[in-house]
Design a protein around this ligand. Structure first.
Ligand SMILES: C[S@@+](CC[C@H](N)C(=O)[O-])C[C@H]1O[C@@H](n2cnc3c(N)ncnc32)[C@H](O)[C@@H]1O
Length: 288
């Protein structure tokens, strides 16, 4: 039987546990506070292939530069890009990737068995060697890292469950930087998960901005920026993109009672609040 832990117990536990004097790799090994699942080869292959397919890039990746925003726990995209004769730049807001080479060797072997020209990682000792072999870069300073990348140098930008984690105050700027570095005919593919990270409902909308955006909450491992669907579409537009929502999933009914939400969210339409996950393609407003 699965026990449902109330959202407020999760918040309380995370507020306390995240303050214990252990580094991220400690929690990673316990499977807590993990930044996604990109260290699992089947997941990484699926995420990469799905974004490339949605972006219309399957089969034409050779020579392209692919930027993954928020790779989380692994540099798998570096290996995947190399397997397609492309290069990857990975940009995260901290250094979270697994440093043991075993999962990367497994991914490369899996790809080679599938017939891809993935690099041979059998003798590598650390992830710096892997990044060098794949001609990939791993940058860990979020928005500041994006600012270091050359204008119009990237063919494809993708992210999986990341945009909702970008700090509210940096969100528009992050979109604008992605716009700047994208080539005129480049494309972005993002999957955005608008559910709270406390059990997959909307319990995060119960809190005022003052509490939610406080350093205490932001640094506790459950932060999402709470930008809602329509607002996010507006921000894509504001950053200059042509937006194409390709899929979206909706709750049938609100998973958290509207009257429990703070006023700014309570006043939103059902249409807006019911979107739980969506996939979007962003292109530059490019004129021939
Ligand atoms: C839920 S994890 C998803 C990880 C990975 N994409 C996956 O699917 O397994 C969210 C990731 O977004 C990253 N992130 C948050 N803010 C960011 C920013 N401003 N720039 C780049 N990455 C960011 C987090 O550090 C984290 O690695």
């Amino acid at each position: 039987m699965k026990i449902r832990i109330p959202y407020w117990v999760k918040i309380g536990a995370k507020l306390v546990l995240s303050r214990l004097p252990f580094g991220y790799s400690f929690w990673q090994k316990l499977g807590m506070f993990r930044h996604g699942e990109m260290d699992i080869s089947t997941y990484a292959i699926d995420v990469f292939d799905t974004h490339m397919l949605k972006a219309g890039q399957s089969g034409i990746l050779k020579g392209k530069i692919i930027l993954e925003l928020g790779p989380g726990d692994s540099i798998s995209t570096a290996i995947l890009a190399a397997a397609y004769n492309a290069k990857a730049i990975l940009v995260d807001a901290g250094s979270f990737v697994r440093r043991d080479v075993a999962p990367y060797r497994l991914l490369a072997e899996t790809l080679r068995k599938k017939g891809f020209s993935a690099p041979d990682l059998s003798t590598v000792k650390n992830i710096d060697e892997i990044l060098a072999i794949c001609k990939a870069n791993y940058l860990t300073n979020g928005l500041q890292s994006l600012k270091q990348i050359d204008t119009k140098s990237i063919d494809i930008i993708f992210s999986q469950a990341v945009l909702e984690h970008v700090r509210q105050g940096e969100f528009l700027n992050t979109l604008q930087e992605c716009y700047r570095i994208l080539k005129p005919k480049g494309i972005c593919s993002h999957r955005v998960d608008l559910r709270d990270h406390l059990g997959g409902a909307l319990n995060n909308l119960r809190f005022s901005d003052r509490v939610w955006e406080s350093t205490f909450f932001v640094k506790s491992g459950f932060y999402t920026n709470r930008i809602r669907y329509n607002q996010m579409l507006e921000l894509f537009k504001k950053a200059g993109y042509k937006t194409e929502v390709t899929t979206f999933t909706r709750w049938e009914t609100l998973p958290t009672p509207r009257h429990k939400m703070v006023r700014e969210f309570r006043s939103l339409t059902d249409d807006d609040l019911l979107v739980s996950v969506f996939d979007v393609l962003l292109r530059k407003n490019y004129k021939q």
